[in-house]
Design a protein around this ligand. Sequence first.
Ligand SMILES: Cc1cc2nc3c(=O)[nH]c(=O)nc-3n(C[C@H](O)[C@H](O)[C@H](O)COP(=O)(O)O)c2cc1C
Length: 174
Amino acid sequence: MRFIDLARNRFSERHFDARPVEEEKLNLILEAGRIAPTGCNYQPQVVYVIKSEAAMEKAKSTGASLCGCPVALLVCYDRDVAWHNPGDRCYENYCVGEQDASIVAASMMFQAEELGVHSLWIRGFDSRDVVEAFDLPENHVPVMMLALGYPGEKSHPAHLHAKRKPLAETVREL
Ligand SMILES: Cc1cc2nc3c(=O)[nH]c(=O)nc-3n(C[C@H](O)[C@H](O)[C@H](O)COP(=O)(O)O)c2cc1C
């Protein structure tokens, strides 16, 4: 499948089946994140796998909308490792960690899609809740969770999936 079709077909899954994601597929998804580009190639990402009952309970306790997924990835960056740009005059010592974590997460999201594994990008949580639930080291900054799994019976794209602004509204030539 062409990438553009993969990107068009993907939608946020909010009705997962309980069926587990095969270890082989999960490893390939993680591999796609591993080889993602990062600022200065510093690779500050830390990807926590949430799969055990105990880990899933902790994730649920944060209020994150996991939608019954059998596995989720918590993508963080290590603020002590991420590249900081000392030359940015708008943001002092600008940290690219959120960007690093995001491209790692996006790479994993599209790899999952190619494997027929649906996903949901989740950021509707309080970072403090996540840090406390998983007892994260203070230098690990939670960026997002990627819920993964197969579509359940009620799987369907939400209405927002069809709502994209036209290019003319979001692209401007300088
Ligand atoms: C940065 C970001 C944060 C998001 N957080 C959540 C979330 O916490 N809960 C949720 O259900 N969806 C979340 N989403 C999914 C978006 O709502 C969804 O991608 C958007 O409505 C477009 O729909 P589609 O993914 O089906 O095309 C998030 C997506 C992004 C990129």
